[in-house]
Write a protein that binds this ligand. Structure first.
Ligand SMILES: [Zn+2]
Length: 263
């Protein structure tokens, strides 16, 4: 792969030869530095992945960055508002359809799903279905750059949460699927929905898989020690985690409790 860019001062401007990140100004404990809006393409035409929140300044910046290049489509890694909120406005600004797994988030006739292959300016982008973080989560493989866009399935820092519309069993299967693909395709970078570019895909995925197993074991242990609900489990298992993240942790624990019940 050529052209991996990892700026030291944050994710803005990071990417690979054919993918550049325009960071949205919505930082928070959940969105890290903000949402990464990915522009994929070459001189003639592009795909925009995740326009980010409904933020006029950000959307204008994205449109400005495209200059004369045609936008073939706006793609969503999933429908959460920090990724999709600005999609309608950007679609209007650049005259492009919005393609997503969830029909509710589409503009135009075309959907998006596992196995789809998009071609823009001779560049391929392959859709990989990765439900779990949300029911509609997709990743996008950019073969030319050996890079996988991961949305919120894998983040640039820390770990992701299972949202109320997600499912932990699905998520564990999606991690295994990504791990297999990363090895088979010799992936060289993960381009996440938040946070910096990750240059060691297999190392990161192994870390995610190990982390999930460890958390599940900690939750089993907390239950053995008498924790009775998600809140009590968070107090025990996430004692070392910043309290601002506890509501997210509680959501994640609830998802894990549901999962453990199905075993
Ligand atoms: Zn997000």
């Amino acid at each position: 792969m050529s052209g991996l860019r990892i700026p030291v001062d944050g994710p803005d401007g990071s990417g690979t030869a054919n993918a550049v990140n325009l960071l949205a100004p919505n930082p928070s404990p959940m969105t890290l530095d903000g949402t990464n809006t990915w522009v994929i393409g070459r001189a003639e035409a592009v795909l925009v992945v995740d326009p980010g929140p409904d933020d006029d300044a950000h959307l204008k910046r994205v449109a400005g960055h495209l200059s004369d290049r045609r936008v073939e489509a706006i793609l969503l890694t999933h429908g959460h508002p920090d990724h999709s909120g600005g999609a309608g406005k950007l679609a209007e600004m650049v005259g492009a359809p919005v393609r997503a797994l969830d029909p509710q988030h589409r503009l135009g006739d075309e959907g998006l799903g596992d196995g789809d292959v998009l071609t823009v300016d001779g560049l391929e982008l392959r859709v990989v279905g990765t439900p779990g973080h949300s029911f509609d989560s997709l990743c996008f493989w950019l073969p030319e750059d050996r890079a996988m866009l991961t949305g919120d399935t894998i983040l640039g820092r820390g770990t992701t949460v299972i949202a109320p519309d997600g499912d932990l069993a699905d998520y564990l299967r999606s991690l295994d699927k990504l791990r297999q693909r990363a090895e088979m395709l010799e992936a060289e970078a993960l381009l996440p929905g938040h946070g910096p570019v990750l240059p060691d895909p297999i190392g990161v995925l192994d870390g995610y898989i190990a982390h999930r197993r460890q958390r599940l074991e900690q939750i089993r242990e907390a239950i053995r020690q008498g924790a009775r609900d998600a809140h009590e489990i968070v107090e025990m298992v996430y004692a070392d985690v910043d309290r601002s993240l506890w509501p997210a942790a509680e959501m994640s624990v609830a998802a894990q409790l549901n999962y453990l019940k199905t075993l």
